[in-house]
Design a protein around this ligand. Structure first.
Ligand SMILES: *Cc1c(COP(=O)(O)O)cnc(C)c1O
Length: 406
């Protein structure tokens, strides 16, 4: 693919108020006008470049939005106070009572809970399908369907969506395809593959320092403006506004995103390949054994690799817990949810981030309770990490094949 997101990002130039190399931070909730007429026009949305009130927009949030639009290659982007703030606003903007959504059955637990439980209040129904099975997707579409929703690399099973194929189905039925690209920034460019709207939790890789929560909606000017509409817009009215100070710190962290993603991917591939060789049940899109490997190769931006997430199935929840605790004691990472940190993070999704998903559904989707999700860190010497992890496994008598098949 010839889309060069990192170059586009690098080419963006900002100057601060006094010629600073970082844009000045706008530290105001409200803005003055020289004339009352301009204030009225701004309210009506007619004056570009004028700020009214920071829930609507602020210079710092617009700068960050510009960088994220460059990252995804969309016309524009609106930043939000969390990934869920972005996701819920998009859904509420596109759907109303009586509508229907076709959604991947393996998605982030919060998104799953929002769709399955919260949307009931609005009489919006959801078909959760296996989006890697295109027939299931087609069959689920009905006259009330208003969107198709998936994650490019799904949480926590790391299923890879064939975005091009899904976009074709979406286009044919005149439906927007909404893709959550949180797991694979730079590696996958959903909008270049035909997605209409791309959302992210910036909390994860994009910010990369686990010090804040934020999100973004990337899309057309028309859609992003509609989200901000003072009378109707779900973004404006649900009020998930990112603080300017935080927007500016996220923008600074984005400067190193390309370097970080390459290192996360390189390290994860190394561990995945080696643990697979040792007979462990490893899931990583970079492995030939992964069912989505071909799809990934077809659509990824090679230089950024297959991403920083991998899973290891050690058979039972007891073993998973013991391993995570030991690894934390040995300084190999943190037993914590979330992802994209410099240090490896691990959690057992069945009892944490995906606990919103009922047990029988978890079993149906292949989420076993001995599954550990790893967000592999930026370790300088990954071979050293590999040896230390192997020691932990050995100490707990967790071996390859036999245990993993439980
Ligand atoms: C974390 C996450 C979200 C939610 O983002 P928040 O910033 O926590 O609101 C959504 N989708 C995916 C894939 C995530 O990992």
């Amino acid at each position: 693919m010839d889309f060069k997101a990192a170059d586009d990002l690098q080419d963006l130039q900002y100057f601060g108020e006094y010629g600073g190399v970082n844009p000045s931070i706008s530290d105001s909730s409200t803005y003055t006008f020289l004339s009352a007429k301009t204030m009225f026009d701004t309210f009506e949305g007619n004056t570009e470049g004028c700020y009214l009130y920071s829930r609507h927009s602020s210079p710092s949030n617009l700068y960050l939005g510009e960088a994220l639009a460059a990252l995804e290659g969309t016309e524009t982007a609106n930043v939000t106070a969390s990934g869920m703030g972005a996701i819920s606003a998009v859904i509420m903007e596109l759907c109303q009572a009586g509508d229907h959504i076709v959604c991947s059955r393996t998605i982030y637990g919060g998104t799953y809970a929002f769709m399955k439980n919260f949307l009931k209040k609005f009489n919006i129904s959801i078909s959760f399908v296996d989006t890697t099975n295109l027939h299931e997707v087609k069959d689920a579409i009905d006259p009330h369907t208003k969107m198709i929703y998936c994650e490019s690399v799904s949480n926590p099973l790391l299923e890879v969506a064939d975005i091009e194929a899904l976009a074709k189905i979406a286009k044919k039925h005149r439906l927007p395809l909404v893709v959550d690209n949180t797991f694979s920034p730079l590696s996958i460019s959903p909008s270049k593959l035909g997605a209409d709207i791309v959302v992210h939790s910036l909390t994860k890789f994009i910010n990369g320092t686990s010090d804040c929560v934020a999100g973004v909606v990337c899309g057309t000017k028309e859609f992003c403006l509609s989200l901000k509409d003072v009378n109707q817009g779900a973004g404006m009215l649900l009020g998930s506004t990112l603080d300017s100070l935080r927007a500016s710190s996220i923008l600074k962290n984005m400067r190193t995103l390309h370097i970080r993603i390459k290192k996360h991917s390189e390290n994860a591939l190394y561990l995945a390949q080696n643990f697979e060789k040792n007979g462990f049940r490893v899931v990583y899109p970079g492995l030939k054994s992964h069912p989505g490997h071909g799809t990934m190769k077809k659509q990824y931006n090679q230089e950024y690799g297959y991403g920083g997430l991998m899973t290891l199935d050690v058979g039972t929840v007891e073993k998973a817990n013991a391993l995570m605790e030991l690894m934390q004691t040995k300084g190999l990472g943190y037993l914590a949810v979330s992802l994209g940190f410099y240090k490896t993070l691990f959690s057992a999704p069945g009892s944490s981030t995906s606990s919103e998903i009922p047990m029988e559904e978890q079993i149906k989707m292949g989420l076993s309770n001995g599954l550990i999700r790893f967000s592999i860190g930026l370790d300088n010497d990954i071979h050293r990490t590999y040896l230390a992890m192997k020691d932990c496994l050995k100490q707990l008598n967790i071996s390859g094949h036999r245990e993993a098949k439980v």
